[in-house]
Design a protein around this ligand. Structure first.
Ligand code: ZN
Length: 537
């Protein structure tokens, strides 16, 4: 019989404490759906009442199998739990599970809260009792627990016993400052269990300030804790939280965890881990960390010639797991035969059939390599990759040709005597054997400037001759700009995500020293891909 471990994700709450991270409500919903598909047990959605996007998230909460959990703090002194408006806002989110953070470190009780140790115990007791009396599953985050236990073990333990007696389902030991090392986390967790707090009710919440958050989490599990808190990609305050993207495959694939424990995550869902990790980076407009364990692009990249040739004979020679189990892919030198078979499967995905050993394969690999060296990225821009491959395979239809384009940006007074910025784009294309010139401005119907790329996009779409009708349902849904290294120079890389009325979504890439030029290239690819797709079907 395997023991069940419960995974508690706090990407949307603690993860949002990362510097420069602020999720929109839509993004929070998207992340929650991805976490649910992965199979975590709890999704902490945020702190209702503390943050407007958290309120909006819970107001239109996605339907999930995972228990959506609202986070908050224990009630304040001098008000009853029923009358505490901060706690009421948390309860009003209406989640079945509620997690409240409270003090267990005497220094923080007397210093930060300025109340007596007994008064703190009464806050903990009343708050947790209020949750259970309201029929909620109660979780208690024991803030600064490890530091508090080292300072005064009796008091820290009496806090835990108080919330246990008040009906807490989970008591989560938090290493809030992230400075505790694995051996100490293991020892203290074992002592907590020996003192009468059952391991089946204990959770662990660690931070990565010494690069040990995952190791500390495992030490707590070894000692008997059964709930694991963490975030996708290790997002979180300061150096981040325990990284679920590493912990999940460890628990499912590595011993002794794989034989001793089970989680809510299936081997099938594990295959979506890399995709889920990259999706979060995509939302944050971050470069995915190449060397991330399990999900990084370099996690199964074999550069050394000796490794590569051994890998070709048997991948287990230089890999600790099969990359596909976590949805990642092996990367081997381009010239290698195995590199070609990877490429063939990518082409097949794009609907392009190429025979084994076709010389075009080596040519495509060379082209991809050369373009990536000057700043292109084809990991996400699958549509641009497909166009590149079509070109090399001689399967690129003649659609239209851009003869020239021009964009001007002007700052001027409008008819209301207000200073405005207006861009104007002129595009000349040759289609159906004829030259056509289109002009567009960057103003939308409400008179707002949408910028030069918008003007260009409108001019380009204005008259594509016989193809005009095909791109009518096409829409630009995201536009990401990144400065990257192209050869020895810094260049601008633009990634555009497009969508059409049939529910297709595709990404294209453009690179140039000039942002407008890079955008234009990505726009052109987006239109070409759409036309090829529609003309085929
Ligand atoms: Zn935390």
């Amino acid at each position: 019989m395997k023991t069940r471990l419960y995974l508690y994700d706090t990407t949307l709450r603690d993860g949002q404490q990362t510097q420069d991270v602020q999720f929109s409500t839509d993004e929070k919903h998207q992340i929650a759906r991805a976490l649910d598909a992965l199979g975590v047990d709890y999704i902490e959605g945020g702190w209702p009442g503390a943050n407007p996007t958290d309120n909006a998230f819970f107001d239109a909460a996605p339907k999930t199998t995972a228990k959506l959990t609202a986070f908050g703090m224990t009630k304040r002194l001098g008000i009853s739990a029923q009358n505490d408006d901060v706690l009421a806002a948390v309860m009003n989110a209406g989640t079945k599970s509620v997690c409240l953070v409270g003090k267990t470190h005497e220094f923080h009780v007397t210093r930060a809260l300025g109340i007596t140790l007994d008064e703190n115990l009464s806050l903990l007791r009343d708050s947790i009792a209020h949750l259970t009396a309201s029929g909620r599953e109660a979780l208690f985050d024991a803030e600064h627990f490890f530091d508090g236990y080292k300072a005064n073990p009796d008091y820290a333990l009496s806090c835990l016993k108080t919330v246990l007696d008040a009906g807490a389902r989970w008591i989560v030991l938090c290493d809030t400052n992230g400075g505790t090392l694995p051996a100490e986390v293991g020892r203290i967790t074992a002592e907590v269990i020996a003192a009468g707090i059952p391991g089946e009710k204990l959770g662990i919440h660690t931070h990565d300030d010494t690069n040990n958050a995952v190791a500390c989490t495992l030490a707590a599990v070894d000692a008997g804790a059964r709930q694991i808190q963490g975030t996708l990609n290790g997002l979180g305050e300061r150096c981040g939280n325990a990284n679920l993207t590493a912990l999940i495959p460890i628990l499912l694939l590595k011993e002794p965890y794989a034989s001793r424990f089970e989680t809510g995550i299936s081997q099938k869902a594990l295959k979506s881990l890399t995709r889920t990790s990259r999706m979060l980076d995509e939302i944050l407009n971050r470069v995915p960390q190449k060397q991330a364990a399990f999900v990084g692009a370099s996690a199964f990249a074999h550069k050394a010639g000796l490794h590569a040739s051994a890998i070709a004979k048997d991948p287990s020679t230089y890999e600790h797991i099969e990359p596909a189990t976590v949805g990642n892919a092996r990367i081997i030198p381009m010239s290698n035969q195995a590199g070609q078979s990877n490429l063939r499967s990518r082409l097949t995905d794009a609907g392009l059939k190429v025979a084994k050993g076709d010389p075009a394969l080596a040519q495509i690999l060379e082209e991809v390599k050369a373009r990536e060296a000057i700043g292109y990225a084809y990991d996400t821009a699958q549509a641009s990759f497909e166009l590149l491959a079509r070109e090399a395979l001689g399967q690129m239809p003649d659609l239209f040709e851009v003869k020239r384009y021009r964009v001007t940006v002007e700052r001027r007074k409008n008819k209301y005597d207000k200073m405005v910025t207006v861009s104007e784009a002129v595009v000349v294309i040759k289609v159906d054997g004829e030259k056509r010139l289109s002009v567009s401005e960057s103003m939308d119907e409400d008179g707002n400037d949408r910028g030069p790329v918008n003007a260009l996009s409108k001019a380009l779409a204005k008259d594509l001759g016989q193809y005009s009708a095909l791109i009518e349902d096409m829409r630009l849904i995201d536009f990401k700009v990144r400065i990257t290294q192209g050869g020895t120079e810094a260049v601008t890389r633009v990634i555009i995500d497009s969508e059409d009325g049939q529910g297709n979504r595709w990404s294209t890439v453009g690179v140039s020293a000039n942002i407008v030029d890079a955008s234009f290239e990505a726009l052109l690819d987006a239109i070409r891909w759409k036309l090829i797709r529609d003309l085929k079907g």
